[in-house]
Design a binder for this molecule. Structure first.
Ligand SMILES: *Cc1c(COP(=O)(O)O)cnc(C)c1O
Length: 408
């Protein structure tokens, strides 16, 4: 017996692992001290817990504990990295390179800087969702202060070639920042081997609590400096003031330790369930996977069910399966995914896509159930779709091109 609805939206957020909750609990009540209180044992206890968590978080990404700045999540870490570098290196220049398919937290931060004197180069992606390294290299200028490119896309799971990106960034002496919210905990990341200078990630994407995340800031070879975006008591070595959320940080640390321990097994399990889901769904006609199937996360697939609409699909499924179209932040809107459009998808295909994010709690039984329900729903919608009928009559709408007319 499976419990409905089946949760397949782990890229939006993950449940807190019960072992994480257990680790956090004492820090709400008996161990409630302010980690910045230096004058008594309550404070020392809090500080000790935070420093232990800092080591757990750092260990997952091959960083040193002093390179971890705790924030309220990846959005804040994105803002701190981009605005912090932009302000700190103002005397060098005002140019930032990023990509059209970044998360809104990066895109909108860059837009913000564009309105306050920054110059942004927006790189495009190919049909697989990958950037062109030559295009990246030729976009670098003497006044470039940051390259901001995510590791894994939240909608498609597509992985950018970060080692090549960091090599190029290094050669030109430009700091490389990556939003790794979807990657950390799912695939091995080593900030040394991967050449990452700044990296944002979030606890609630890796079975930790919401409202806590981190920015990795490289301390040597080269040392990266930032202007604080939150001024105050000078917490987090002056980079992020504000009383630390001790219970959440403890949970984040525990969540990272669990990911580190289980990653290898779990990523294989995830990939085989994801492949099972994909295989089952691709048996439907006119159904396709969006983005590179070679370079992507083990837990994610994004599929277009042509001649249906994501909105109707999700409505038909919502009692039984929790999925989304695009990202959680934009799926409330009717606009098709900007990520899929950037990959060259027409409105029709972008409008008919669903994102599946598998997780630690996903079972094979749930996947088999999901395949059946989704197929049924897609077939039901197509049965009442005039476009599907025309397609079936061989009207070759796609070739006529009038459905795609809008974006040409
Ligand atoms: C979820 C997510 C964010 C936002 O993280 P929060 O901790 O919720 O602020 C940023 N970037 C990516 C790629 C994400 O998936």
């Amino acid at each position: 017996m499976i419990k409905l609805p089946v949760y397949l939206d782990n890229n939006a957020t993950t449940p807190c692992d019960p072992r994480v909750v257990e680790a956090m609990l004492p820090y709400f009540t008996e161990k409630f001290g302010n980690a910045a209180s230096r004058t008594h044992s309550f404070g020392w206890e809090g500080e000790e817990a935070v420093e232990y968590a800092r080591e757990q978080v750092a260990a997952l990404i091959g960083a040193g504990p002093k390179e971890i700045v705790f924030t309220s999540g990846a959005t804040e870490a994105d803002n701190l990295a981009i605005k912090g570098v932009f302000e700190m290196y103002a005397s060098k220049g005002n140019h930032i390179i990023t990509v059209f398919t970044e998360h809104k937290a990066v895109l909108d931060t860059c837009h913000h800087l564009e309105r306050s004197g920054g110059e942004i180069t927006w790189l495009s992606v190919n049909g697989e969702g990958l950037i062109d390294l030559a295009e990246l290299e030729s976009a670098i200028r003497p006044d470039t202060v940051l390259i901001a490119i995510m590791i894994a896309n939240n909608e498609t799971g597509v992985l950018q070639p970060i080692r090549e990106i960091s090599r190029i960034a290094r050669q030109h002496g430009v700091p490389f920042f990556t939003d790794a919210s979807q990657a950390v905990g799912k695939i091995p990341i080593d900030v040394q081997a991967d050449g990452i200078d700044l990296m944002a990630f979030s606890a609630h994407k890796l079975y930790g609590p919401k409202g806590v995340g981190a920015l990795y800031v490289r301390r040597r070879d080269p040392r990266v400096r930032l202007t604080a975006q939150m001024d105050g008591g000078g917490h987090e070595r002056g980079m992020r003031s504000g009383t630390l959320n001790v219970p959440a940080i403890v949970g984040f640390g525990k969540a990272c330790a669990l990911c580190r321990q289980d990653m290898e097994l779990e990523s294989h399990r995830m990939a085989s369930l994801r492949d099972l889901l994909e295989k089952g769904l691709l048996e439907l006609e006119e159904t396709s996977v969006n983005g590179s199937r070679q370079h992507r996360l083990p837990n994610t697939t994004n599929i277009s069910f042509k001649y249906t609409e994501s909105q109707s699909l999700m409505m038909g499924l919502q009692k039984d399966i929790a999925v989304s179209s695009g990202s959680a932040c934009t799926s409330a809107s009717i606009e098709p995914s900007y990520v899929l459009k950037a990959q060259g998808l027409g409105d029709d295909l972008a409008h008919s896509s669903l994102r599946f994010g598998l997780g630690r709690t996903t079972t094979e039984e749930e996947i088999r159930y999901a395949i059946g329900r989704i197929r049924e729903t897609v077939e039901g919608l197509r049965k009442i779709s005039p476009l599907w009928e025309l397609y079936k009559e061989g009207a070759k709408l796609d070739n006529a091109g009038w459905m795609r007319g809008k974006e040409d």
